[in-house]
Design a protein around this ligand. Structure first.
Ligand code: NDP
Length: 324
């Protein structure tokens, strides 16, 4: 079967599209014929070898897939079922989604929601499902659109684009922070009310800044997240899921102890199955199909290695579907 395989070399890693024996797929009770995958930031890191994402070699890259069950010993799935998988170590410790076939634990699978195509599921992918988890975290904190605006950082990226579409549809005033102000029309088309230059959030953070928003979805981390926290209104919260700008957090405790601001951590990889199902059900109902189409581009498996450096460099707009 065709697969994008990462191998360990003396210099680091090498990645190539090649034939991989199906007999070497790892243990699992469900075998899936993969039809679509996607390009996430973490896939970019794995394929380029820029960060030690892969912890088993050889590895088939790809942290997501959508496909049809071919064989199953799992009580909940039978041949012909349409399924999605995000994370659980796929493409890191378990052979991943950039392949014609995958063998995985049935416990990791989510059923493709009714009315959603496999291509739409991968237009959403891990980035979009994580955006949904961020929105759910803000809601669970009790935040509602009538309390004030929400800021979305890394706005033109995958998590950012889906977060904007979801929040705007839910009635939020969305402030989109981007390094690509040339994408203002794209961001407003997704539902952003206003667009700010990420330079505004790249200055040395003060312990407390002017209160600008009640909520935030941050996929950038570092100085950006520190600035977002310092400008969050009293009682607000920020859902943090990413590190596109760096892993550090040069902040202070001031927003937490003087304004009661909460920092809500969001992880998609090991997220319990019930919350995943809830997120995918919400995505099927709450994400505008037109917005999803506007943010998605499609590439073939043979283009993934060429496009991977672009996502690490922050040059990809929205989401990339990979057809297998
Ligand atoms: P993308 O590359 O699509 O989006 C990231 C965006 O961040 C870019 O488009 C850019 O937006 C902005 N950005 C990039 N570099 C910088 C920088 N140096 N400083 C400030 N902003 C920058 O990636 P994804 O949306 O797929 O992922 C975003 C982040 O979220 C990644 O760090 C990823 O690892 C993380 N993530 C975490 C998950 C979890 O489970 N916690 C799951 C999914 C993703 P713009 O041009 O608009 O400024």
């Amino acid at each position: 079967m065709k697969a994008i395989v990462i191998e360990k070399t003396e210099a680091g890693t090498s990645t190539a599209l090649k034939d991989f024996p199906q007999s070497e797929l790892m243990e699992g009770d469900v075998t899936v014929r993969v039809s679509h995958s996607t390009l996430n930031y973490k896939d970019g890191l794995a394929v380029t070898g820029k960060a030690p994402v892969v912890r088993r070699f050889p590895m088939i890259a790809g942290i997501d897939f959508a496909g049809i069950v071919e064989q199953s010993d799992h009580p909940e799935f039978k041949p012909g079922d349409a399924v999605i998988l995000n994370g659980w170590g796929l493409g890191e410790t378990h052979l991943g989604g950039y392949a014609e076939m995958a063998r995985v634990k049935g416990d990791w699978l989510v059923r493709l929601p009714e009315g959603m195509t496999p291509a739409q599921a991968m237009a959403i992918g891990t980035a979009g499902y994580t955006a949904m988890l961020c929105v759910m975290a803000l809601e669970q904190h009790g935040l509602t659109p009538d309390q004030g605006p929400v800021v979305v950082t890394g706005a033109a990226g995958g998590v950012g684009s889906v977060a904007i579409a979801l929040l705007a549809r839910a009635g939020w005033e969305v402030i989109a922070s981007t390094g690509r102000v040339s994408e203002a029309d794209y961001l407003k088309g997704l539902g952003a009310t206003s667009v700010i230059d990420r330079e505004e959030l790249s200055q040395k953070p003060r312990p407390l800044g002017k209160e600008r928003w009640i909520a935030g979805v941050d996929s950038v981390g570092s100085t950006t997240l520190a600035n977002v926290l310092s400008m969050t209104r009293y009682g607000g919260a920020v859902a943090a899921c990413g590190l596109a700008g760096g892993m550090d957090l040069p902040s202070s405790v001031a927003p937490f102890i003087l304004r009661g601001v909460a920092l809500l951590g969001v992880d998609s990889v090991m997220c319990p199955i019930a919350r995943r199902r809830a997120a995918w059900t919400r995505l099927a109902h709450d994400l505008d199909a037109g917005a999803l189409e506007a943010m998605a581009t499609t590439i073939g498996l043979d283009e993934v290695i060429d496009r991977a450096p672009d996502i690490v460099a922050g040059k990809i707009r929205g989401r990339v579907i990979v057809t297998i």
